[in-house]
Design a protein around this ligand. Structure first.
Ligand SMILES: *Cc1c(COP(=O)(O)O)cnc(C)c1O
Length: 398
C-alpha cells in the first residue's frame, strides 16, 4: 500500500470551507466515553444549550448524529407533506439541492431563482407571498457556501412570520461566523454545521426547532416515524423527554463539538462574528488589489465565512487549486465542480497570517501558470487593512 504521507504531504495551510481547521483542544476533546456516564449526559445537554446560544434561540435544539445534510433532510421530511405548496429560494448549489428533495418528498415546489452570483431579495419573497397566499413553507440557504453569497434570512424570517408561513433555513456554514438570531428573526427550523465556522469535526447536525413547528410535525403523517434515523420527534420524546438516547450517539464528535462551542462562547458570539466579517473584508481587499475578481455580483451580498475568487477564464479552477496544494502546500476549496472559483474560508482556526500567505501563494500559482497577477499587492492590501487603526509608535502601544 503506498504511504499516503509521502504521496500527499500534509498541507501547511488549510483554508477550506468545511471541514475547517480545528483548534487542537477541539481534537483532544474527542475521546471515547460511555454514553450513559452522567458526565456525558451533562456534556450532551450543555452542548445543546451552547448550540442554542450560538444560534440565538431559547427554543429546543436537537443534535442529530450525522452530517449536517441529515439535519436538512430530516427537517424537510418532517415539515413537508404531499401536495404542500412550498417556496424555495434558489441562489446556489444547496438551494438547488433543496428543490430536488422537496420534489422527492411530494411538495408542490415553487422557486424564486437568481443566478449563482446573486441573492434573492426579501422584497421578492414578500411580493411572492402576497400573491400566493396558500404557501405554507419557505426554504432558504443563509450562506450559499460554494458561491460565497449571503441571503438576508433575518428579513425573510420576519416577512414569513408576519404571514404565518413557516421557514426552513440552511445556516450550516453561517452559524457562528455570520449574524444568526433564530428567535428574533422568527425562523422556525434552522440547521447549523459544526464543521464550518464553529471549527468542530463534521458528523453532527444541530437543528433548532421553534415551538410552533412541533405541532406541525406531529400533525404531519408524512413526517419520519419515531423509529427512523431522520426522526426529530424521537429526540424530543426520548432524549429530551426521558433522558434516553434513540441510539448510541457519536460520543467523540460530541466531545469535540462541546469544546468548539465553549471556545466560541468564550470569545463571545458577537466578537467572533465581527472578527470573521473583518477578515472577509480584508481578504476581499487583497483579492481585488491583485487584480482578481470576486465571484459574488456585489460585495453587499458577499459572505463573511468564505471568499470566492473567480479564476481567470483561461484557467481551470481545479488545476490551479491542485497546483496550489501540490507546489505551495495551501489547501483551498473548489467551486464544487460547478463554479470557476477558488474559495478561501474564514472559518474555524484559520488566522489572518494564514490568509496573507495563502493569498500570496495563490497569486504565485496563477503567475507560474502564466496569468498576469500583481502578487505583492494582495498581501500588502491585507497588511495595510490590518494596520489601520493600530498604534503607529511603540510608546504606549503595548
Ligand atoms: C457544508 C454545507 C452543507 C453540508 O453539506 P456537505 O457538502 O455535506 O458538507 C449544507 N449546506 C451548506 C450551505 C453548507 O455550506
Amino acid at each position: 500500500m503506498p504511504d499516503l504521507r509521502s504521496t500527499y504531504p500534509e498541507p501547511d495551510i488549510m483554508l477550506t470551507a468545511g471541514p475547517s481547521v480545528m483548534p487542537p483542544e477541539v481534537l483532544f476533546a474527542g475521546k471515547s466515553r460511555y454514553h450513559y456516564d452522567p458526565a456525558f449526559l451533562e456534556l450532551f445537554g450543555q452542548t445543546e444549550a451552547m448550540a442554542a446560544q450560538v444560534m440565538g434561540t431559547s427554543g429546543e435544539v436537537v443534535i442529530l448524529q450525522g452530517e449536517a445534510m441529515l439535519g436538512l433532510e430530516a427537517a424537510a421530511r418532517s415539515l413537508v407533506s404531499p401536495g404542500m405548496p412550498v417556496l424555495n429560494l434558489v441562489s446556489g448549489i444547496f438551494g438547488q439541492g433543496m428543490s430536488e428533495w422537496l420534489r422527492l418528498f411530494g411538495a408542490d415546489v415553487h422557486e424564486l431563482r437568481v443566478s449563482y452570483r446573486e441573492a434573492v431579495s426579501p422584497a421578492a419573497v414578500e411580493e411572492y407571498l402576497d400573491e400566493h397566499r396558500d404557501t405554507r413553507l419557505v426554504c432558504a440557504v443563509h450562506c450559499e457556501t460554494p458561491s460565497a453569497t449571503v441571503q438576508d434570512v433575518a428579513a425573510i424570517g420576519r416577512i414569513c412570520r408576519e404571514r404565518g408561513v413557516l421557514t426552513l433555513v440552511d445556516s450550516v456554514s453561517a452559524a457562528g461566523g455570520m449574524p444568526l438570531k433564530v428567535d428574533e428573526s422568527g425562523l422556525d427550523v434552522v440547521v447549523a454545521g459544526p464543521q464550518k465556522c464553529l471549527g468542530a469535526p463534521p458528523g453532527l447536525a444541530p437543528v433548532a426547532v421553534s415551538s410552533r413547528v412541533w405541532d406541525v410535525i406531529d400533525a404531519n403523517p408524512a413526517a419520519p416515524h419515531p423509529s427512523s434515523y431522520l426522526s426529530l420527534t424521537a429526540w424530543r420524546d426520548q432524549w429530551h423527554g426521558k433522558g434516553l438516547f434513540p441510539y448510541t450517539p457519536s460520543v467523540t464528535l460530541m466531545g469535540s463539538f462541546h469544546e468548539a462551542l465553549r471556545q466560541v462562547l468564550d470569545e463571545g458570539v458577537a466578537n467572533r462574528i465581527a472578527r470573521t466579517q473583518e477578515t472577509a473584508r480584508i481578504c476581499r481587499a487583497g483579492v481585488k488589489a491583485m487584480g482578481l475578481e470576486l465571484w459574488p455580483a456585489s460585495e453587499d451580498i458577499a459572505a463573511s465565512c468564505v471568499t470566492a475568487v473567480r479564476v481567470p477564464v483561461a484557467y481551470d479552477a481545479d488545476v490551479v487549486r491542485g497546483y496550489l496544494r501540490h507546489h505551495y502546500g495551501v489547501m483551498a476549496s473548489s467551486g464544487q465542480g460547478a463554479l470557476p472559483v477558488i474559495r478561501l474560508a474564514h472559518m474555524g482556526a484559520v488566522t489572518r497570517p494564514d490568509l496573507i500567505a495563502a493569498l500570496a501563494l495563490l497569486g504565485q500559482a496563477l503567475a507560474d501558470l502564466g496569468a498576469e497577477i500583481d502578487i505583492g499587492a494582495g498581501p500588502a492590501a491585507v497588511t495595510a487593512a490590518m494596520s489601520a487603526g493600530r498604534p503607529k509608535s511603540l510608546r504606549g502601544a503595548l
